[in-house]
Design a binder for this molecule. Structure first.
Ligand code: BGP
Length: 474
């Protein structure tokens, strides 16, 4: 810890890493698995719909985690992970989403995988759905616009809870639930884009997810009262571009597009500003008294979020036209650098976001994704092997973690930190290998070539040391 910061991370702080099934496993059609919406991205949304995905689709083989997980988990253990966040592929367990009986081979795979993680003494954090709805539920049922998805989801959640109740303590009901607003197919299995899907349909689907989430929290606590069940949002706070009150109001409005999702999960009801928004935009949603009761009675145990960047808001439509990140069109912050993919790098924004959430909710928080996607170059390490000198990644993570330490000093109750993609994986929406986040390099390329061999990057030992010193080395 440097001199400016006196803070110490809590003694039981959960350091670790996070992945998602569809971005690592591969084995897309092995052992009874069937297609998911994640396999159909980006083809299902940005180009003409191509289903099933074409042969060269990268997620089809992923980084072959399905077969190599023992080697990968041993590397995470070597770094000293206290927790490992993963998702379990819905379409591996219920290939079409609407079956009664789970696929025994899918469950057998996850039995082994979870045992392996536990055998290294790590806590397991499961994201029940991470952007991968069985494709059949999207095509035949219209995704989450259909209330039937609630029961299919609960059946899936119950299967996981009952089977892994003694091994998994931390659960997340939906990954980045607010992404449904920007990417309806990604988040809710609704075909179309944010500009083409009707707003009532979109918010109805989101409402179904809220109900499913609350019911899943109730069910989970009935099965094991010690479960910690949380929501997860993509958290990119907005700053006003200028001190013009119109910019300030715009920033407040755009922040609420995210806060709305956490508000509902914590307060169990729609805030007044959303009711006004629905009214003014003629958005009609079917919300029953029973829905509201179940939401009210089952708030989350903690709030988790991903943090990659902050945004700026301006009320001037002429300036509001720059593509930043994967999905948002907004305006660039003149004070911030951007990553190779145009994501604004803002460590202090993480301290700001942590404080904003803690002040608002007074609930434990968990940072479940953070990291730098960059182009890495594999070079000889002078000892007969290869490495990546990723000082830029170390800097990004170090700068962010120092701000996390500041937030803890501010009084924020933070349960843990899992970096995104501790091993290189296929990026989500753009489905590329070129964008790498890992401490471990995977020899696989955009064209599908590569030995799939794993190499430790420079950041591997750096993160190992951060964990070993519980953040004192920062
Ligand atoms: C989040 C997703 C992850 C992951 C990450 C990085 O939105 O939860 O699945 O992909 O972003 O995004 P990308 O893969 O586009 O770099």
């Amino acid at each position: 810890m440097n001199n400016e910061t006196q803070t110490h991370f809590p003694k039981d702080f959960l350091w670790g890493g996070a992945i998602a099934a569809s971005q690592v496993e591969g084995a897309a059609l092995e052992d009874g698995r069937h297609w998911s919406t994640a396999d159909a991205l980006p083809y299902g949304v940005f180009k003409d719909v191509v289903i099933p995905p074409p042969e060269d689709y990268l997620k089809k083989d992923g980084i072959d985690f399905y077969h190599r997980y023992k080697e990968d988990i041993a590397l995470f253990a070597e770094m000293g992970f206290k927790v490992f966040r993963l998702s379990l592929s819905w379409s591996r367990i219920f290939p079409n989403g609407d079956e009664n009986e789970p696929n025994p081979l899918g469950l057998a795979y996850y039995d082994d995988l979870i045992n392996e993680i536990r055998s290294h003494g790590m806590e397991v954090m499961v994201t029940i759905v991470h952007f991968d709805i069985p494709l059949n539920l999207a095509l035949e049922y219209g995704g989450w616009s259909n209330p039937k998805l609630i029961d299919f989801y609960l059946h899936f959640a119950k299967t996981l809870y009952e089977r892994y109740q003694d091994q998994v303590k931390y659960w997340i009901t939906f990954n980045e639930i607010n992404v449904t607003l920007e990417a309806p197919f990604n988040g809710a299995g609704i075909q179309g884009t944010k500009d083409t899907v009707d707003k009532s349909t979109l918010y109805q689907a989101i409402h179904h997810q809220f109900v499913a989430s609350a019911k899943a929290i109730k069910l989970g606590h009935e099965i094991n009262p010690n479960f910690m069940i949380g929501c997860m949002v993509a958290n990119s706070p907005y700053y006003p571009l200028t001190s013009n009150p119109d910019d300030v109001m715009e920033a407040m409005k755009r922040d609420r597009e995210t806060l709305f999702f956490a508000d509902v999960h914590v307060r169990g009801k729609y805030s007044a500003y959303m009711k006004r928004f629905f009214k003014e935009n003629d958005i009609k949603i079917n919300i029953t008294a029973e829905d509201l009761q179940i939401m009210q009675e089952n708030p989350v145990d903690y709030i988790s979020f991903s943090y990659y960047m902050s945004y700026c808001a301006t009320a001037n439509p002429e300036k509001n036209n720059q593509e930043l990140g994967n999905v948002k069109t907004t305006v660039r912050n003149p004070y911030l650098e951007i990553s190779d993919w145009g994501w604004q790098i803002d460590p202090k924004g993480l301290r700001y976001a942590l404080n904003q959430f803690y002040d608002r909710y007074q609930k434990p928080l968990f940072i479940v994704e953070n990291g730098l996607g960059a182009v890495d170059e594999l070079v000889e390490d002078g000892q007969g092997s290869y490495t990546v000198n990723d000082d830029y990644r170390i800097k990004y993570l170090e700068d962010h973690l120092k701000q996390v330490a500041e937030a803890i000093e501010d009084g924020v109750e933070l349960l843990g930190y899992t970096s995104w993609g501790p091993i290189d994986l296929v990026s989500n929406t753009i489905a590329e290998m070129r964008k790498r986040y890992g401490f471990i390099y995977v020899d696989r390329h955009n064209d599908g070539t590569g030995s799939l061999k794993r190499y430790k990057k420079k950041s591997f030992n750096w993160y190992k040391n951060v964990i070993a010193t519980n953040g004192e080395s920062l």
